[in-house]
Design a protein around this ligand. Structure first.
Ligand SMILES: Nc1ncnc2c1ncn2[C@@H]1O[C@H](COP(=O)(O)OP(=O)(O)O)[C@@H](O)[C@H]1O
Ligand SMILES: [Mg+2]
Length: 423
């Protein structure tokens, strides 16, 4: 089967790498792809806002499955357009994608189906939001309702900071439409965990867990990023915690969406705070995480193509996701300056040597191949240096050995990915 994968990140490289192992996998196209996907797939450029062109491409190239990596096209309803043209597509419909597209919508689902989460109220009026913040006191969390590229949440330590954030969003248009309504919620404490589950709209199966590192600096300091590293499984994930999360949150959410006439297909990525009262939902995302996917795919021992295709076509019942017993850890290498201004175009050398190390996989994110075939940096987060090991510690040691092998003075990484799991 030929497959089209939409996206250009490390997530998409990891998905393609895993799909490629399937005996049923034919040709893969990546749109737009990156310097790494080009070795496994044909990179093509199909305008994401032009569903007709995507449909025509699929017909011409006998594409039997489309996999959509990033959230924006999902929230904008690309799946609906492709499904209407009878193209099996992995990802939720526009209506189901509101689970990521609107934080207030998710809170309403939590209310309706009794999913454990922080107490909250939603506002479009700044005065009312400020009055609520004063009433609840700090610390308190202010969230822009819509997609804000991971920058729309303020965990405020004082009520003044919270009120400023609310005004920035509601009055000063800081996130445009995404911030024209906000959720103000109780601040929770504990360790965070990411949980992934596949659904075909009816059935749901657990995919795996991971923990990430959002801050740019060691010790989780400095501004937030798209993610500087991950590891899987999350050591705090026990069988009983997994069961509790599935039974209290994931399964009722999938059942609820189906009952509401907006069945959820694709991967549901749920972020939890594991509090002393149990796991509490922070948010849903409607796609694989980046860089969580890099560690999940490194560990995956099942046929990804079979899983994604059966999820897309309503036949997930009876399937299972097997993971290797090993742990995986991914260190993100980013261009100097990221997440602020950074330069593109520097050359990255010795990648082949790093890739040749045992248990190492290098996933590309912001890279491209130049005319001479050299890999050059083409984005903020550039490489996901991933390693398997008997423990998170061992995977960490191997991943950093690979990082040291890579010759790229214009890039940097955090030196402490996995610290929670190894200390
Ligand atoms: N209620 C909360 N209490 C404490 N921290 C929170 C809360 N909500 C969000 N956070 C913190 O803010 C981060 C981002 O929030 P999240 O809801 O995941 O939004 P997004 O990923 O869209 O930015 C979380 O990973 C968590 O660290
Ligand atoms: Mg989040």
């Amino acid at each position: 089967m030929n497959i089209l994968v939409i996206g250009s990140g490390g997530r998409e490289h990891a998905i393609i790498w895993a799909l490629k192992k399937s005996a049923k996998c034919g040709k893969i196209f990546a749109s737009p792809g990156n310097g790494g996907t080009g070795d496994l797939a044909e990179n093509v450029l199909i305008p994401i806002n032009n569903p007709e062109e995507i449909v025509a491409f699929c017909a011409e190239n006998e594409v039997g499955l489309v996999v959509i990596g990033p959230e924006a096209p999902l929230v904008n309803g690309l799946v609906d357009q492709l499904v209407k043209a009878n193209i099996p597509t992995f990802g939720p419909s526009e209506k189901a994608a509101r689970l990521e597209g609107s934080k207030e919508f998710t809170k309403q689902i939590c209310d309706k189906y009794n999913l454990p989460t922080a107490a909250y109220e939603a506002f479009t009026n700044a005065d009312k939001a400020c009055a609520y913040i004063d009433k609840m006191g700090a610390p308190i969390v202010v969230k822009a309702d819509g997609l804000a590229a991971g920058k729309g949440v303020v965990v405020a330590q004082t009520t003044d900071e919270a009120k400023e954030a609310a005004r920035d969003m509601l009055l000063n248009n800081k996130f445009g439409d995404a911030g024209s309504s906000i959720v103000v919620e109780e601040c929770m404490f504990g360790e965070e965990i990411s949980v992934f589950a596949l659904s075909d709209g009816k059935d749901v199966i657990y995919f795996g867990s991971a923990q990430d590192h959002k801050a740019v600096g060691e010790g989780d300091t400095g501004p937030n990023t798209g993610g500087m590293g991950t590891y899987s499984p999350a050591p705090i994930m026990t069988d009983s915690l997994q069961k509790q999360i599935m039974e209290e949150t994931i399964i009722p959410a999938i059942k609820g969406m189906k009952g509401d006439g907006t069945p959820y297909t694709g991967v549901l990525f749920a972020g939890f705070m594991v509090t002393d009262k149990g796991p509490r939902l922070l948010e849903f995302n409607v796609r694989f995480g980046d860089p969580e996917t890099q560690v999940l795919m490194a560990r995956l021992d099942s046929d990804l193509l079979d899983l994604l295709y059966t999820a897309a076509t309503g036949n997930l019942a009876g399937k299972e996701v097997r993971m290797k017993d090993e742990a995986a850890l991914c260190v993100v290498m980013a261009a100097n300056g990221y997440p602020n201004d950074y330069e593109k175009g520097s050359q990255i050398n010795s990648l082949k040597d790093a890739e040749g190390l045992e248990d190492v996989i290098i996933f590309h994110a912001g890279t491209r191949k130049d005319k001479q075939g050299n890999i050059v940096a083409n984005g903020g987060r550039v490489l996901g240096v991933t390693a398997l090991g008997q423990s998170v510690k061992q995977a960490q040691t191997t991943a950093y050995k690979a990082v040291e092998t890579i010759d790229w003075p214009e890039g940097f990484c955090r030196k402490d990915i996995g610290w929670r799991a190894v200390s």
